[in-house]
Design a protein around this ligand. Structure first.
Ligand SMILES: NC(=O)C1=CN([C@@H]2O[C@H](COP(=O)(O)OP(=O)(O)OC[C@H]3O[C@@H](n4cnc5c(N)ncnc54)[C@H](OP(=O)(O)O)[C@@H]3O)[C@@H](O)[C@H]2O)C=CC1
Ligand SMILES: Nc1nc(=O)c2c([nH]1)NC[C@@H]1CN(c3ccc(C(=O)N[C@@H](CCC(=O)O)C(=O)O)cc3)C=[N+]21
Length: 291
């Protein structure tokens, strides 16, 4: 193994500490803490774990967490009524409805009901449009966390060849948008891509967001590339990413591990987005780029 391991967990912990400092300043100015509402529908054990760790992080940062749980058979209208209430609640700066939702609930309708200016997940089409057109808005937490790790590692990304594997609205597409903004030459691969190995081989930056354990092979990676593994796959062998870690680590310059890479960044950026939202809504000036 020759690659540097990108310690997302440590990077996220440092970011959270800076956020906690800014939360104190915000409370002094606004007279209230930043508030994040998290809504969980159903009993999916993985979702319950994520929601718990989000809440812990919210409290540790000095923010206020509002938690709502519904049984899996909650009517869509009831969920929408809660979103309406949270949109109107002055103490709520961010709203997150944990995905996936049960099949009888239309995720697009729920996502679109959230006030775009409280949409700290960045999933609302208004925020997707803002990102695509270069306007200020919320950027989805996972891709923004990946970008922070890339910039920390590589500095200026301009001119680099980047390949994003996956084109979901929550990871692949916004990741590609961010890399375009950084002046990378971006290729987006997906399940219909022909000859994925050759596409990956060109890349200075590989972002894997597929959801298939260890699908991206070490032999595909260009020597010296930087590999960001978004995948979270639960297998008999434990938690693994979308990248063949040992194989890729023997050729890449740097790689994120799973766990301890992108996952902790997602939660730290959620706190960051909530802090940014709180400042905007309370009209307290804040330099988010100094975080
Ligand atoms: N670390 C974190 O914080 C987070 C991790 N994740 C993880 O990231 C992974 C991706 O999540 P998400 O984007 O929501 O997943 P989706 O299932 O929504 O998207 C997966 C993408 O991978 C593509 N794909 C599927 N099979 C192949 C293949 N054989 N070759 C190339 N591309 C393929 C799909 O292509 P097509 O569009 O053609 O179907 C699709 O675009 C998952 O493991 C998820 O658990 C997700 C969010 C946060
Ligand atoms: N509205 C919404 N917003 C999300 O941001 C969202 C979502 N729904 N649904 C599910 C996905 C997934 N996701 C993760 C968050 C943290 C870790 C994380 O902390 N992972 C740890 C390991 C945790 C473990 O052991 O499972 C790590 O990689 O080190 C992973 C994945 C957020 N998501």
């Amino acid at each position: 193994m020759s690659a540097d391991i990108i310690d997302g967990k440590a990077f996220a912990a440092a970011l959270r500490a800076r956020i906690a400092g800014q939360v104190e300043t915000f409370i002094a100015a606004a007279g209230r803490p930043p508030g994040l509402a998290v809504v969980l529908v159903g009993e999916d054990p993985a979702s319950a774990v994520y929601v718990r760790s989000k809440h812990k992080a919210v409290r540790e940062a000095g923010m206020e967490g509002f938690e709502y749980r519904f049984p899996a058979d909650v009517p869509e209208a009831e969920l929408l009524a809660l979103v309406d209430r949270l949109n109107a609640d002055v103490n709520v700066d961010g709203i997150l409805v944990q995905l996936p939702l049960p099949a009888h609930i239309d995720e697009r309708i729920v996502t679109t009901r959230i006030d775009p200016d409280k949409d700290v997940d960045g999933f609302h089409p208004v925020n997707a449009g803002r990102l695509a057109t270069g306007l200020h808005g919320f950027v989805p937490c996972t891709p923004l966390g990946c970008l922070m790790l890339l910039r920390d590692r590589l500095g200026d990304l301009s001119g680099l060849d980047a390949v994003v594997i996956g084109r979901s609205n929550i990871v692949g597409k916004p990741m590609a948008q961010l890399l375009i903004k950084e002046s990378c030459t971006v290729t987006v691969a997906h399940s219909r891509t022909r000859d994925l190995s050759s596409v990956v081989r060109r890349a200075d930056i590989v972002v894997a967001a597929v959801g298939r354990p260890e699908m991206i092979r070490g032999e595909w990676i260009k020597p010296g590339a930087t590999v960001i593994d978004v995948g979270i796959n639960r297998t008999a062998a434990g938690l693994v990413g979308d990248v063949d870690f040992a194989g890729a680590a023997s050729v890449a310059a740097a790689i994120t591990p799973v766990p301890g890479g992108v996952g902790p960044m997602t939660i730290a950026v959620l706190l960051r987005n909530t802090l940014v939202s709180a400042h905007r809504r309370a009209q307290v000036p804040f330099d988010k780029d100094a975080l």
